[in-house]
Write a protein that binds this ligand. Structure first.
Ligand code: SAM
Length: 305
């Protein structure tokens, strides 16, 4: 995408791949490499870092934060799969879903696979991670990425998630689903552009079509018989793809409810869906993002996460 000035102000987020290393070891390595460690961040303003400075993130324990434009693509730790270059907001879905090691999990629209690799790390590589994607090329990229990150619990399939049979014996133990479907991408800082000259009717038609697909995927996900929790995310800022999709889904699936997540997170879903999270460059120093965690009613109380 064409880089815009705002993209240059985003901190560089680095997720430590706990299947291969620890946060402490990565911090030591970076320090030996000449970078300055400022410790644990305690407020958002701490994340305004100068060149060569870095910190541990406020919200996510496996995330390190560096100055904008710090480039790790040629770094040994990146090439060895010890660190993953992933925006903070995009780390939220797997973190909130938090599947237990040994469980069966679906990543419904998985490529290129950063969230799958995060799920596998949380699962400690134990259990089964079924990852689907419709796009063979993106799935091939994902396969390479997962190889580097040392994941072994995954089963990749070039398949339409909407055609995956929830009643197949293969998926009878699936308790967790991460659903990050195709969206407008309107939250990606580098894709934000002046749309005043673009045909508004076309934009609305595209959003309606995406929202209809997203709702179908959500309903399909909730139909897996043993499902306990599903996390829904988009990198869109449009309520049509976010709160409106989730509201329609909850109306159609009264057996599920929203879990209020991360009370300390500064940006919430639009009223009344304040249980959900939103993210943006101004309020959370990330790309624009939306996350909702749905849970089967009968399983646990309405506890916060
Ligand atoms: N979760 C991914 C990650 O973190 O790397 C990014 C997913 S991207 C937002 C959406 C993906 O959904 C695309 O790779 C697209 O090919 C895939 N997709 C679109 N329709 C699909 C369908 N019906 N079934 C499975 N995958 C689909």
């Amino acid at each position: 995408c064409v880089k815009r000035p705002a993209a240059d102000q985003l901190p560089r987020y680095v997720r430590v791949n706990t299947l291969k290393t620890t946060v402490e070891d990565v911090v030591d390595y970076m320090k030996r490499d000449g970078l300055f460690y400022l410790g644990q961040a305690s407020r958002l303003d701490d994340l305004t870092l100068k060149t060569k400075e870095f910190m541990r993130d406020i919200h996510l324990p496996e995330l390190l934060v560096f100055a904008p434009k710090t480039d790790f693509h040629d770094h040994f730790l990146y090439k060895a799969g010890h660190i993953i270059l992933q925006d903070k907001a995009s780390c939220l879905p797997a973190y909130l879903l938090n599947p237990a090691p040994g469980s069966h999990v679906i990543d419904a629209c998985a490529a290129p696979g950063n969230k799958s690799s995060h799920l596998a790390a949380i699962m400690k590589n134990k259990g089964r991670l079924f990852a689907f994607d419709l796009d063979a090329k993106r799935l091939a990229t994902m396969s390479t990425l997962l190889l580097r990150t040392g994941i072994s619990c995954q089963q990749l399939a070039n398949q339409d998630f909407l055609k995956v049979d929830p009643d197949s014996p293969q998926y009878k133990d699936v308790e967790y689903i991460l659903l990050d479907p195709s969206c407008s991408g309107s939250g990606m800082v580098c894709l934000q552009e002046d749309t005043s000259s673009v045909d508004q009717e076309k934009i609305q038609a595209r959003l309606a079509s995406l929202a209809s697909f997203q709702l179908k995927c959500l309903n399909h996900g909730l139909s897996f018989p043993q499902l306990k929790r599903l996390v829904y995310s988009t990198c869109s800022v449009h309520s049509q793809e976010n709160e409106e999709v989730v509201t329609a889904c909850l109306q159609q699936n009264p057996g599920f409810r929203l879990v209020p997540v991360l009370p300390q997170w500064p940006e919430r879903g639009l009223e009344p869906l304040t249980q959900c999270l939103r993210a943006s460059i101004t309020k959370t120093r990330t790309h624009g993002f939306f996350v909702a965690l749905l849970e089967k009613q009968s399983d646990t109380g309405n506890k916060e996460q």
